[in-house]
Design a protein around this ligand. Structure first.
Ligand code: AFP
Length: 339
């Protein structure tokens, strides 16, 4: 039987091979993985662990928080604040940044996360996950503030997610491809199952919330209408649809077998660029997709090149198999050219 490669061994060997993972970053990734193990255990308890249902509170997004949203957020904060690898953290569940308390050593990294993506799936036992992004503190010795977090996605030094589904699987990149690790509950460690994940350039599977169709901009409607026309339409082939309502699960499917995921801007709240958050959902997922050979745009530009202006800013997301994302982006360009 081939030898199991643990996350720790993978990170040590990657550091030896290409130096992408300095010791402090390796520590950070291992601490995040351990936190995800704890979150997985809480999620798996379900109704047996009194972790279900609403927390009777709202987050900065104005969304009702689930008990597990808050539990997952606290697990990540408590696991990471004392290690000396971080200067600060930012979370979908916290209005402002969390500066590492003075009683702990300050590190050179910033950790951003959506502690539990797909919360609406918790009470119906459908996959959810934790999404994380790692930035470096800008090179100056002043204390950390929100402006330090406002870096484009192309500045990330690590990104990943942990999906809590039939398996608990950690997926990460440090800029040298995408690796997947499944939690071996008997050993209590994440074991390498796939490295150098590659997304096919073409697909026959798309993911979008079809109930919003009447609100979409014309290029998205044109693209989806062509998919729905199937082999008798301009695409000359049939397409299948999936929508898990947890970005982490839809992205995981695309990394495993290709596809296109869209949560585009729509007319319901025209002042917002989209529903999904740039810093701790779109940026980490876009880097993973690009590292696996896919593409990620907001319809107009590469998501990773967007310069953020607010910590919780939203963005339109079109990501996945390169040829499909290029097509949707081209339809947006054609519309812009006509204006
Ligand atoms: P929740 O965390 O509130 O369930 O939202 C999940 C999410 O941000 C993203 O993970 C999904 O792709 C998307 O929202 C689902 O949105 P709809 O419920 O509007 O389909």
């Amino acid at each position: 039987m081939s030898q199991k490669i643990s996350l720790t061994r993978y990170l040590v060997e990657q550091q030896r091979i290409d130096g992408h993972i300095p010791a402090q970053l390796r520590l950070l990734l291992e601490v995040v993985a351990r936190a995800c193990k704890s979150i997985s255990q809480a999620v798996n308890k379900g109704a047996l662990g009194s972790v279900m249902g609403s927390a009777e509170s709202e987050n900065v997004q104005g969304e009702i928080q689930k008990k597990l949203d808050i539990i997952a957020n606290e697990v990540l904060i408590e696991a990471n604040e004392w290690g000396g690898h971080l200067a600060g953290m930012a979370s979908e569940e916290m209005d402002s940044i969390y500066v590492v308390p003075n009683r702990y050593p300050q590190g050179e990294y910033l950790l951003l996360f959506d502690p539990l993506d797909g919360s609406s799936n918790i009470d119906i036992n459908v996959s959810i996950g934790t999404i994380f992004s790692v930035l470096k503190m800008p090179d100056d010795d002043r204390g950390v503030d929100e402006a330090d977090f406002l870096q484009a996605g192309n500045k990330q030094v690590a990104a990943g997610y942990c999906i809590y589904g039939p398996q608990t699987t950690l997926v990460l990149t440090v800029g040298d491809g995408v690796a997947m690790f499944t939690l071996d509950r008997e050993q209590g460690s994440f074991v390498l199952i796939e490295e150098n994940v590659q997304i096919p350039d073409d697909t026959q599977e798309f993911a979008i919330n079809m109930s919003n169709m009447r609100h979409w901009d014309e290029p998205v409607k044109r693209y989806v209408d062509e998919l729905l026309a199937g082999k008798d339409g301009p695409r000359g082939k049939n397409f299948n649809m999936r929508w898990i309502a947890a970005m982490v699960a839809d992205v995981h499917r695309i990394l495993c077998r290709g596809g296109i995921f869209m949560y585009p801007w729509d007319k319901r709240e025209p002042e917002k660029a989209g529903k999904l958050r740039l810093m701790y959902e779109a940026n980490p997922m876009s880097w993973l997709i690009e590292q696996a050979g896919g593409m990620a745009t907001n319809g107009h530009q590469r998501i990773l090149d967007i310069q953020p202006t607010k910590l919780h800013e939203r963005v339109s997301v079109i990501l996945g198999s390169k040829n499909e994302v290029e097509r949707v982006t081209a339809y947006h360009a054609e519309k812009t050219a006509k204006l």
